[in-house]
Design a protein around this ligand. Structure first.
Ligand code: C2O
Ligand code: CU
Ligand code: CU
Length: 492
């Protein structure tokens, strides 16, 4: 019954769920299993040290720890500046930032700034490894609209394991737009990082993120690393910055009472105008900002509804919101948000086609770190067409902002028409994107595009592109020499 109801919503909102292809041992429901006894953890804001040159310097330490997630159990976890997950970073448009990322793990890793527009050498993909004991110090100037982005490891072949163990954090970008929106972090503006896990009897994370069709589809959904959480609401409206930080699971977020709420932003920033919905879907890597209204004294549960899709099976309660008897006034939702300029491909724009095959290849080829797959002129707007003949995938492109033109010829739901960097590619479908590339050219350092189901990314469903000065495309050496005794100190 629940499921049929949702399918109706999905159909109405233009989201077309494909039939499930049978996923790997996903438990189907946690409904009624939670009593919401744990206060929701809110990742602390990491305050940068301002240098004399005005550069804001952030220190991150990748480290192992033990975390109490289930009652009476200690889970071995990894985190940034703590045992699990990471602090929230925050910077404004025009800020110069410098990171110092210390790897105190026993393995090589990297840190990628997902959603950030920056030079490829600062991107933190597989070509910027940080050896155990080393420090990586990338720096760049924030030059993009306000957005909810995030950071996570990206070492080729072990991203799934590193993220599953807990390495992920939010990176909030601000911009002075003179918009009255809830924006007081930890008061009326909260991150919600959604991650599903499986647990062994001793409390350790269970499951192999590189097994089966999708790797991990867990039966416990954590919010900001908290299982079974509640959040006390003190204001009439609350903004939630929702990040799907899961290895494979897709969420379809609804409130138990089916209340409507406003979507105000996608991955890459604010929408032109808020979109009122009853449900939104997010695949791994995608973000949305929503604003929800509360009445004094009420309680409501946020949940994910089974959407009939292979990676979205199961109903799970996520978080109980408990409103105080008296609520402080909060800003409303302005009728106009950002001055969103549509990304429009010029006549005769380059069209590139990417065919996702199985779980480990794009256009018939697996990821090869020594091969440049695509060469794009700086500042170009292109059409990228993603074709998927099998089960669910999604598609993420580093560095860019794109807008979804259509999914199998139909417009995307209104709430997903803003700037994005990650998009769901349903089974047996074609998704077309208008992609705007940035201006940092470097023929020797590639950015990645890949499926953000981490099992697929690690298995080779990833390719590499470089951005070059327009007119120099044909001069690019398509082969990257294999790395020779690199240092952990790149980025200067
Ligand atoms: Cu969030 Cu290439 O990744
Ligand atoms: Cu990315
Ligand atoms: Cu995939």
């Amino acid at each position: 019954m629940h499921r049929r109801k949702f399918l109706t919503i999905a159909a109405l909102s233009g989201l077309v769920p494909a039939c499930g292809s049978g996923s790997d041992s996903a438990s189907r429901s946690s409904q009624a299993a939670l009593d919401f006894r744990n206060p929701l953890r809110v990742p602390p804001l990491l305050h940068p040290k301002p240098g004399k040159d005005g550069v804001r310097r952030f220190e991150l330490s990748m480290q192992a720890g033990r975390t109490r997630i289930l009652p009476g159990r200690q889970t071995p976890t990894w985190g940034f500046n703590g045992g699990f997950l990471g602090p929230t970073l925050r910077a404004g448009r025009g800020d110069k930032v410098q990171m110092a990322v210390h790897n105190r793990l026993p393995e090589v890793s990297t840190v990628h700034w997902h959603g950030m527009r920056l030079p490829a050498r600062m991107d933190g993909g597989p070509h910027q490894p940080i050896e155990p004991g080393a420090v990586w110090t990338p720096h760049w100037t924030i030059d993009q609209p306000a957005a909810t982005s995030w950071y996570h490891p990206h070492p080729h072949g072990t991203t799934a394991q590193h993220v599953y163990r807990g390495l992920a954090g939010m990176f909030i970008l601000d911009e002075d737009l003179d918009l009255d929106l809830p924006g007081d972090y930890g008061v009326d503006d909260f991150p919600l990082i959604l991650q599903d896990k499986r647990f062994a009897a001793d409390g350790s994370f269970d499951g192999d993120p590189l097994k089966g069709t999708f790797g991990i589809l867990g039966d416990h959904v954590l919010v900001n690393g908290t299982y079974n959480p509640h959040l006390s609401v003190t204001t009439e409206r609350v903004r939630f910055r929702v990040l799907n930080g899961s290895n494979a699971r897709m969420y379809t977020l609804v409130f138990a009472d089916k209340r409507r709420f406003h979507v105000i932003a996608n991955d890459g920033g604010l929408l032109g105008a808020p979109v009122e919905v009853e449900a939104i879907s997010l695949t791994p890597g995608e973000r949305a900002e929503i604003v929800v209204a509360f009445a004094p004294g009420e309680q409501v549960v946020l949940r994910t509804a089974d959407n009939g899709v292979d990676i979205g099976e199961g109903d799970f309660d996520l978080l109980k919101l408990v409103a105080a008897g008296t609520l402080k006034p909060a800003p409303g939702v302005p009728a106009r948000l950002a001055p969103l300029t549509p990304i429009t491909a010029p006549a005769g724009a380059t069209v590139r086609r990417f065919k996702l095959s199985g779980h480990d290849a794009i256009n018939g080829r697996g990821m090869d770190m020594t091969r440049i797959d695509e060469v794009v002129p700086a500042g170009a707007v292109e059409i990228w067409e993603i074709e998927n003949n099998v089960y669910s995938h999604n598609f993420h492109i580093h560095e860019v902002a794109f807008q979804v033109l259509d999914v199998d010829g139909s417009a995307p739901p209104a709430y997903a028409t803003g700037y994005k960097d990650t998009v769901y590619v349903p089974a047996k479908s074609v998704v077309r994107l208008a992609v705007r590339f940035g201006g940092y050219s470097d023929p020797a350092s590639p950015y990645m595009y890949h499926c953000h189901i981490l099992r697929h990314e690690d298995s080779g469903m990833m390719g590499q592109f470089v951005i070059v000065e327009p007119g120099t495309e044909s001069q690019v050496n398509r082969t990257i020499p294999a790395r020779s005794g690199h240092t952990g100190h790149s980025g200067h």
